[in-house]
Design a protein around this ligand. Sequence first.
Ligand code: IPM
Ligand code: MN
Length: 359
Amino acid sequence: MTDFKIAVLPGDGIGPEITQAALDVCRAAAGKFNFAIHTESALAAASAVDRGLEPLPEATFKLCQKSDAILCGPFGDPRWDNAPPAKRPERAKLVLRKEFDLFANLRPIKPVPALLNASPLKRELIEGVDILVVRELAGGIYFGEPKGYAEDAKGRYGFNTMVYHAWEVERVGKAAFEAAKLRRKKVLSADKANALEVMQLWKETMQALHDRDYKDIELKHMYVDNCAMQLVANPKQFDVLVAGNLFGDILSDIGAQLTGSLGMLPSASLGNGTPLFEPVHGSAPDLVGTGKANPLAMILSAALMFTHAAKRPDIGNAIDEAVAKALGKGLRTPDIAAKGEKAVSTREMGEAVVAALLA
Ligand code: IPM
Ligand code: MN
Protein backbone atom coordinates (compact mmCIF):
# COMPACT_ATOMS: atom_id res chain seq x y z
CA MET A 1 0.00 0.00 0.00
CA THR A 2 1.25 3.51 -0.76
CA ASP A 3 1.68 6.02 2.03
CA PHE A 4 -1.31 8.09 3.08
CA LYS A 5 -0.37 11.60 1.84
CA ILE A 6 -1.20 14.55 4.07
CA ALA A 7 -0.85 18.14 2.82
CA VAL A 8 -0.13 20.22 5.90
CA LEU A 9 -1.04 23.93 5.86
CA PRO A 10 -0.06 25.24 9.31
CA GLY A 11 -1.62 28.66 8.61
CA ASP A 12 -1.48 31.81 10.70
CA GLY A 13 -1.12 32.91 14.31
CA ILE A 14 -1.01 29.92 16.62
CA GLY A 15 -1.36 27.62 13.57
CA PRO A 16 2.29 26.47 13.40
CA GLU A 17 2.41 25.70 17.16
CA ILE A 18 -0.75 23.60 17.25
CA THR A 19 0.13 21.97 13.92
CA GLN A 20 3.44 20.81 15.39
CA ALA A 21 1.59 19.19 18.28
CA ALA A 22 -0.93 17.56 15.92
CA LEU A 23 1.81 16.20 13.65
CA ASP A 24 3.62 14.67 16.63
CA VAL A 25 0.37 12.91 17.52
CA CYS A 26 -0.18 11.79 13.89
CA ARG A 27 3.31 10.30 13.70
CA ALA A 28 2.94 8.52 17.04
CA ALA A 29 -0.46 7.13 16.02
CA ALA A 30 0.78 6.05 12.59
CA GLY A 31 3.76 4.30 14.21
CA LYS A 32 1.61 2.54 16.78
CA PHE A 33 -0.83 1.22 14.17
CA ASN A 34 1.84 0.54 11.57
CA PHE A 35 0.09 2.84 9.11
CA ALA A 36 2.42 4.69 6.71
CA ILE A 37 1.85 8.43 6.38
CA HIS A 38 3.72 11.01 4.36
CA THR A 39 3.41 14.68 5.35
CA GLU A 40 4.37 17.72 3.32
CA SER A 41 3.90 21.30 4.51
CA ALA A 42 3.04 24.27 2.31
CA LEU A 43 2.42 27.98 2.61
CA ALA A 44 -1.07 29.41 2.71
CA ALA A 45 -2.90 32.46 4.08
CA ALA A 46 -0.90 35.25 5.76
CA SER A 47 2.33 33.26 5.73
CA ALA A 48 2.01 33.16 1.91
CA VAL A 49 0.84 36.76 1.52
CA ASP A 50 3.85 37.90 3.62
CA ARG A 51 6.12 36.38 0.97
CA GLY A 52 4.36 38.23 -1.84
CA LEU A 53 2.26 35.21 -2.86
CA GLU A 54 -1.49 34.72 -3.28
CA PRO A 55 -3.39 33.57 -0.13
CA LEU A 56 -3.49 30.12 -1.76
CA PRO A 57 -0.36 29.78 -3.94
CA GLU A 58 -0.58 27.52 -6.99
CA ALA A 59 2.05 25.13 -5.59
CA THR A 60 0.02 24.71 -2.40
CA PHE A 61 -3.15 24.03 -4.35
CA LYS A 62 -1.35 21.40 -6.47
CA LEU A 63 0.03 19.70 -3.35
CA CYS A 64 -3.50 19.57 -1.88
CA GLN A 65 -4.85 18.20 -5.14
CA LYS A 66 -2.52 15.22 -5.19
CA SER A 67 -2.80 14.50 -1.43
CA ASP A 68 -5.23 12.17 0.31
CA ALA A 69 -6.13 14.75 2.96
CA ILE A 70 -5.45 18.35 3.94
CA LEU A 71 -4.64 19.09 7.57
CA CYS A 72 -5.18 22.76 7.95
CA GLY A 73 -4.47 25.27 10.72
CA PRO A 74 -6.43 28.49 11.28
CA PHE A 75 -6.18 31.23 8.62
CA GLY A 76 -6.49 34.93 9.43
CA ASP A 77 -4.34 37.87 10.43
CA PRO A 78 -5.52 41.20 11.90
CA ARG A 79 -3.07 43.08 9.67
CA TRP A 80 -5.47 42.37 6.78
CA ASP A 81 -8.67 43.11 8.66
CA ASN A 82 -9.49 46.01 6.38
CA ALA A 83 -8.44 44.37 3.12
CA PRO A 84 -11.14 43.40 0.59
CA PRO A 85 -12.29 39.75 0.93
CA ALA A 86 -10.34 38.56 -2.15
CA LYS A 87 -7.01 39.65 -0.63
CA ARG A 88 -7.52 38.36 2.87
CA PRO A 89 -5.70 35.30 4.22
CA GLU A 90 -9.06 33.59 4.95
CA ARG A 91 -9.63 33.57 1.21
CA ALA A 92 -7.35 30.53 0.92
CA LYS A 93 -9.79 28.47 2.96
CA LEU A 94 -12.77 29.51 0.88
CA VAL A 95 -10.91 28.66 -2.35
CA LEU A 96 -10.07 25.18 -1.05
CA ARG A 97 -13.67 24.58 0.02
CA LYS A 98 -14.96 25.71 -3.38
CA GLU A 99 -12.35 24.04 -5.60
CA PHE A 100 -12.71 20.67 -3.86
CA ASP A 101 -16.48 21.16 -3.57
CA LEU A 102 -16.33 20.42 0.18
CA PHE A 103 -20.05 20.83 0.77
CA ALA A 104 -20.44 18.86 4.00
CA ASN A 105 -18.71 20.29 7.05
CA LEU A 106 -19.01 18.04 10.10
CA ARG A 107 -18.50 19.66 13.48
CA PRO A 108 -19.04 17.21 16.35
CA ILE A 109 -19.93 18.85 19.65
CA LYS A 110 -19.45 16.48 22.54
CA PRO A 111 -18.21 17.74 25.89
CA VAL A 112 -15.37 15.65 27.31
CA PRO A 113 -16.42 14.42 30.79
CA ALA A 114 -13.24 15.83 32.37
CA LEU A 115 -14.19 19.30 31.14
CA LEU A 116 -17.81 19.49 32.24
CA ASN A 117 -16.90 22.25 34.67
CA ALA A 118 -15.00 24.27 32.05
CA SER A 119 -18.13 25.34 30.19
CA PRO A 120 -19.75 28.59 31.30
CA LEU A 121 -23.02 26.64 31.15
CA LYS A 122 -24.29 24.54 34.05
CA ARG A 123 -23.02 20.99 34.25
CA GLU A 124 -26.50 19.43 34.29
CA LEU A 125 -27.32 21.28 31.09
CA ILE A 126 -24.38 19.98 29.06
CA GLU A 127 -23.72 16.56 30.59
CA GLY A 128 -24.62 14.02 27.89
CA VAL A 129 -24.73 16.54 25.02
CA ASP A 130 -23.77 14.88 21.73
CA ILE A 131 -24.50 17.00 18.66
CA LEU A 132 -23.22 16.73 15.12
CA VAL A 133 -23.43 20.03 13.27
CA VAL A 134 -23.55 19.49 9.51
CA ARG A 135 -22.81 22.85 7.93
CA GLU A 136 -23.23 23.43 4.19
CA LEU A 137 -19.82 24.73 3.18
CA ALA A 138 -19.59 25.22 -0.59
CA GLY A 139 -22.56 27.48 -1.30
CA GLY A 140 -24.98 29.97 0.20
CA ILE A 141 -24.11 33.57 0.88
CA TYR A 142 -20.36 32.83 1.06
CA PHE A 143 -20.23 32.17 -2.67
CA GLY A 144 -23.51 33.48 -4.14
CA GLU A 145 -23.46 35.89 -7.09
CA PRO A 146 -23.85 38.76 -7.56
CA LYS A 147 -21.57 40.11 -4.86
CA GLY A 148 -19.28 43.07 -4.55
CA TYR A 149 -19.20 46.77 -3.93
CA ALA A 150 -21.05 49.47 -5.86
CA GLU A 151 -22.31 53.00 -5.52
CA ASP A 152 -25.69 54.57 -6.13
CA ALA A 153 -27.49 57.80 -5.29
CA LYS A 154 -27.43 56.88 -1.59
CA GLY A 155 -23.68 56.23 -1.55
CA ARG A 156 -21.35 53.25 -1.51
CA TYR A 157 -22.70 49.83 -0.63
CA GLY A 158 -21.64 46.22 -0.41
CA PHE A 159 -23.76 43.22 -1.31
CA ASN A 160 -23.82 39.42 -1.23
CA THR A 161 -26.42 36.93 -2.37
CA MET A 162 -27.76 34.01 -0.38
CA VAL A 163 -28.67 31.42 -2.99
CA TYR A 164 -29.27 27.67 -2.76
CA HIS A 165 -30.26 25.34 -5.55
CA ALA A 166 -32.43 22.43 -4.49
CA TRP A 167 -29.62 20.00 -5.42
CA GLU A 168 -27.24 21.75 -3.00
CA VAL A 169 -29.74 21.42 -0.16
CA GLU A 170 -30.37 17.79 -1.09
CA ARG A 171 -26.76 16.70 -1.00
CA VAL A 172 -26.02 18.27 2.38
CA GLY A 173 -29.37 17.00 3.64
CA LYS A 174 -28.40 13.52 2.53
CA ALA A 175 -25.11 13.84 4.45
CA ALA A 176 -27.11 14.83 7.55
CA PHE A 177 -29.66 12.00 7.26
CA GLU A 178 -26.95 9.43 6.58
CA ALA A 179 -25.04 10.61 9.67
CA ALA A 180 -28.26 10.44 11.72
CA LYS A 181 -28.75 6.80 10.68
CA LEU A 182 -25.61 5.94 12.65
CA ARG A 183 -26.65 8.08 15.63
CA ARG A 184 -29.95 8.77 17.40
CA LYS A 185 -31.91 9.09 14.12
CA LYS A 186 -32.90 12.73 14.56
CA VAL A 187 -32.24 15.66 12.21
CA LEU A 188 -33.01 19.27 13.02
CA SER A 189 -32.82 21.64 10.07
CA ALA A 190 -32.22 25.28 10.96
CA ASP A 191 -33.61 27.86 8.53
CA LYS A 192 -35.10 31.32 8.30
CA ALA A 193 -38.07 30.38 6.17
CA ASN A 194 -40.20 32.98 7.94
CA ALA A 195 -38.21 35.78 6.30
CA LEU A 196 -36.19 34.51 3.32
CA GLU A 197 -37.28 32.86 0.05
CA VAL A 198 -34.01 30.95 -0.19
CA MET A 199 -34.71 29.43 3.22
CA GLN A 200 -38.29 28.54 2.26
CA LEU A 201 -36.74 26.48 -0.55
CA TRP A 202 -34.22 25.03 1.92
CA LYS A 203 -37.01 23.89 4.25
CA GLU A 204 -39.24 22.45 1.50
CA THR A 205 -36.30 20.56 -0.03
CA MET A 206 -35.29 19.06 3.32
CA GLN A 207 -38.86 17.94 3.96
CA ALA A 208 -39.24 16.42 0.46
CA LEU A 209 -35.92 14.56 0.80
CA HIS A 210 -37.05 13.24 4.17
CA ASP A 211 -40.46 12.12 2.89
CA ARG A 212 -38.88 10.42 -0.15
CA ASP A 213 -35.81 8.66 1.30
CA TYR A 214 -35.58 9.03 5.07
CA LYS A 215 -39.00 8.39 6.62
CA ASP A 216 -37.38 6.37 9.43
CA ILE A 217 -35.40 9.43 10.58
CA GLU A 218 -37.16 12.15 12.60
CA LEU A 219 -36.96 15.54 10.85
CA LYS A 220 -37.78 18.80 12.60
CA HIS A 221 -37.40 22.37 11.38
CA MET A 222 -36.47 25.31 13.57
CA TYR A 223 -35.89 28.98 12.82
CA VAL A 224 -32.21 29.70 13.26
CA ASP A 225 -32.68 32.45 15.86
CA ASN A 226 -34.71 30.11 18.06
CA CYS A 227 -32.16 27.37 17.38
CA ALA A 228 -29.34 29.59 18.69
CA MET A 229 -31.31 30.09 21.89
CA GLN A 230 -32.24 26.40 22.22
CA LEU A 231 -28.57 25.45 21.88
CA VAL A 232 -27.83 27.14 25.18
CA ALA A 233 -31.23 26.58 26.82
CA ASN A 234 -31.63 22.85 26.12
CA PRO A 235 -28.77 21.44 24.03
CA LYS A 236 -29.62 17.80 24.78
CA GLN A 237 -32.61 17.92 22.41
CA PHE A 238 -30.26 17.96 19.38
CA ASP A 239 -28.75 15.02 17.54
CA VAL A 240 -27.80 16.04 13.96
CA LEU A 241 -28.17 19.77 13.31
CA VAL A 242 -28.02 20.76 9.63
CA ALA A 243 -27.79 24.36 8.43
CA GLY A 244 -26.64 26.54 5.55
CA ASN A 245 -23.17 28.03 5.34
CA LEU A 246 -23.67 31.25 7.31
CA PHE A 247 -26.09 29.88 9.90
CA GLY A 248 -23.92 26.80 10.40
CA ASP A 249 -20.88 29.02 10.98
CA ILE A 250 -22.64 30.90 13.75
CA LEU A 251 -24.41 27.94 15.36
CA SER A 252 -21.21 25.92 15.57
CA ASP A 253 -19.42 28.67 17.50
CA ILE A 254 -22.29 28.71 19.98
CA GLY A 255 -22.08 24.92 20.13
CA ALA A 256 -18.38 25.13 20.85
CA GLN A 257 -19.06 26.82 24.17
CA LEU A 258 -20.96 23.71 25.27
CA THR A 259 -17.64 21.88 25.22
CA GLY A 260 -15.97 24.46 27.43
CA SER A 261 -13.85 26.17 24.82
CA LEU A 262 -13.66 26.88 21.11
CA GLY A 263 -10.18 25.41 21.47
CA MET A 264 -11.76 21.93 21.65
CA LEU A 265 -13.80 21.81 18.44
CA PRO A 266 -12.52 19.93 15.37
CA SER A 267 -14.06 19.69 11.91
CA ALA A 268 -14.07 17.57 8.77
CA SER A 269 -14.99 18.98 5.36
CA LEU A 270 -16.02 16.36 2.84
CA GLY A 271 -17.17 16.59 -0.77
CA ASN A 272 -15.85 15.92 -4.23
CA GLY A 273 -12.11 16.60 -3.83
CA THR A 274 -9.37 16.22 -1.24
CA PRO A 275 -11.07 16.28 2.19
CA LEU A 276 -9.96 18.95 4.64
CA PHE A 277 -9.59 18.77 8.41
CA GLU A 278 -9.27 21.87 10.54
CA PRO A 279 -10.08 23.27 13.97
CA VAL A 280 -13.14 25.51 14.17
CA HIS A 281 -11.29 28.25 16.09
CA GLY A 282 -9.33 31.16 14.64
CA SER A 283 -5.64 32.09 14.60
CA ALA A 284 -5.61 33.80 18.04
CA PRO A 285 -2.81 36.27 17.20
CA ASP A 286 -2.63 37.42 20.84
CA LEU A 287 -1.51 33.94 21.93
CA VAL A 288 1.32 33.50 19.41
CA GLY A 289 4.53 32.37 21.07
CA THR A 290 3.05 32.33 24.57
CA GLY A 291 2.60 28.54 24.71
CA LYS A 292 -0.99 29.15 25.79
CA ALA A 293 -2.71 27.86 22.65
CA ASN A 294 -4.87 24.77 23.06
CA PRO A 295 -3.75 22.17 20.46
CA LEU A 296 -6.67 19.80 21.11
CA ALA A 297 -9.05 21.01 18.37
CA MET A 298 -6.22 20.52 15.89
CA ILE A 299 -5.34 17.09 17.33
CA LEU A 300 -9.01 16.06 17.24
CA SER A 301 -9.18 17.26 13.61
CA ALA A 302 -6.31 14.89 12.84
CA ALA A 303 -8.37 12.12 14.48
CA LEU A 304 -11.26 12.93 12.13
CA MET A 305 -8.79 12.74 9.24
CA PHE A 306 -7.81 9.18 10.15
CA THR A 307 -11.47 8.21 10.52
CA HIS A 308 -12.96 9.86 7.42
CA ALA A 309 -10.10 10.18 4.90
CA ALA A 310 -7.86 7.23 5.77
CA LYS A 311 -10.89 5.09 6.71
CA ARG A 312 -9.11 4.08 9.89
CA PRO A 313 -11.65 4.82 12.66
CA ASP A 314 -9.54 2.64 14.96
CA ILE A 315 -6.71 5.21 14.74
CA GLY A 316 -9.14 8.14 15.01
CA ASN A 317 -10.74 6.63 18.11
CA ALA A 318 -7.34 5.93 19.69
CA ILE A 319 -6.45 9.64 19.32
CA ASP A 320 -9.81 10.70 20.79
CA GLU A 321 -9.22 8.38 23.73
CA ALA A 322 -5.67 9.68 24.24
CA VAL A 323 -7.05 13.23 24.41
CA ALA A 324 -9.66 12.16 26.96
CA LYS A 325 -6.93 10.43 29.00
CA ALA A 326 -4.65 13.48 29.01
CA LEU A 327 -7.60 15.60 30.18
CA GLY A 328 -8.55 12.92 32.69
CA LYS A 329 -5.08 13.24 34.21
CA GLY A 330 -5.88 16.88 34.87
CA LEU A 331 -3.84 18.51 32.10
CA ARG A 332 -5.35 21.84 31.06
CA THR A 333 -4.32 24.64 28.73
CA PRO A 334 -5.31 28.07 30.11
CA ASP A 335 -8.55 28.29 28.09
CA ILE A 336 -9.95 25.18 29.80
CA ALA A 337 -8.33 25.55 33.24
CA ALA A 338 -10.61 26.35 36.15
CA LYS A 339 -9.75 29.30 38.39
CA GLY A 340 -6.60 28.55 40.33
CA GLU A 341 -5.88 25.38 38.33
CA LYS A 342 -2.34 25.05 36.99
CA ALA A 343 -2.14 25.22 33.22
CA VAL A 344 0.28 23.44 30.88
CA SER A 345 1.73 24.71 27.61
CA THR A 346 0.75 23.82 24.04
CA ARG A 347 3.76 21.56 23.78
CA GLU A 348 3.16 19.84 27.13
CA MET A 349 -0.45 19.12 26.18
CA GLY A 350 0.70 17.64 22.85
CA GLU A 351 3.31 15.51 24.62
CA ALA A 352 0.73 14.27 27.10
CA VAL A 353 -1.55 13.12 24.27
CA VAL A 354 1.37 11.30 22.61
CA ALA A 355 2.25 9.66 25.93
CA ALA A 356 -1.36 8.56 26.50
CA LEU A 357 -1.50 7.19 22.98
CA LEU A 358 1.63 5.12 23.41
CA ALA A 359 0.87 3.97 26.95
C1 IPM B 1 -14.84 28.86 10.03
C2 IPM B 1 -14.32 30.26 9.93
C3 IPM B 1 -14.30 30.69 8.47
C4 IPM B 1 -15.72 30.70 8.00
C5 IPM B 1 -13.62 32.05 8.20
C6 IPM B 1 -12.17 32.01 8.67
C7 IPM B 1 -13.70 32.48 6.77
O1 IPM B 1 -15.03 31.13 10.73
O2 IPM B 1 -14.26 27.95 9.42
O3 IPM B 1 -15.83 28.65 10.74
O4 IPM B 1 -16.44 31.70 8.14
O5 IPM B 1 -16.16 29.70 7.45
MN1 MN C 1 -16.52 30.19 12.01
